[in-house]
Ligand binder design. Structure first.
Ligand SMILES: [Zn+2]
Ligand SMILES: [Zn+2]
Length: 187
């Protein structure tokens, strides 16, 4: 994604994270987003203090940092790296413990309870602002059914073994959880 890190050219922009202004000359994170007022799907940037972005958009900042070749203060860099590490989201798909009881399983349509395991897949959702990236959640035991339903709806879905391999590769699990979840996902 073409997000960018750059030195602020003015002192007028406010940070999307803390709402304070970003000083001229300070390094800032430019988050590219789809401009809803643009007819041709044009994009604009909104700006963050680097440290604020590292908390809210850790994965995006990590990617932009690895592409950034300009000067950066060593202490600032260490602070941002630590924040990225603490706030990084695991790659999709992965399994996680549900942090709320709001999501429906896309396999069986039953609500996934808070504290239950769920697999999270990246999916594009239509929204008034245009297509947005979001997550689709599935009970581990509903994985096969979910992938089948995706195919029935004409969406691209990986095969189940591939999905299991990627999910386990992207998740931090104890040996016991890994075994149990793998069994559930194969069921
Ligand atoms: Zn800020
Ligand atoms: Zn389910």
């Amino acid at each position: 994604m073409p997000h960018k890190i750059e030195s602020a050219t003015t002192g007028r922009a406010r940070c999307r994270g803390c709402k304070e202004s970003i000083a001229k000359g300070e390094l800032r994170f430019g988050e590219e987003f789809q401009n809803p007022y643009s007819e041709d799907g044009g994009t604009s940037f909104r700006y963050w203090h680097l440290a604020c972005a590292a908390k809210g958009l850790a994965n995006e900042v990590a990617a932009a940092l690895s592409a950034y070749e300009g000067p950066i203060d060593e202490a600032a860099r260490a602070e941002v790296d630590a924040l990225v590490l603490a706030n990084r989201r695991p790659e999709m798909p992965h399994v996680e413990v549900a942090s709320s009881g709001r999501a429906h399983c896309r396999g069986c349509e039953v609500t996934i309870k808070k504290g239950e395991w769920r697999a999270a897949f990246e999916r594009m959702f239509e929204s008034p602002m245009g297509p947005q990236k979001g997550a689709a959640y599935v009970h581990p035991g509903c994985l096969g059914r979910y992938l089948e339903r995706e195919r029935e709806r004409g969406r691209e879905a990986m095969d189940r073994e591939e999905a299991i391999r990627r999910i386990l590769g992207n998740s931090q699990l104890t040996e016991a959880d890994r075994e149990r979840l793998e069994r559930d996902m194969r069921a």
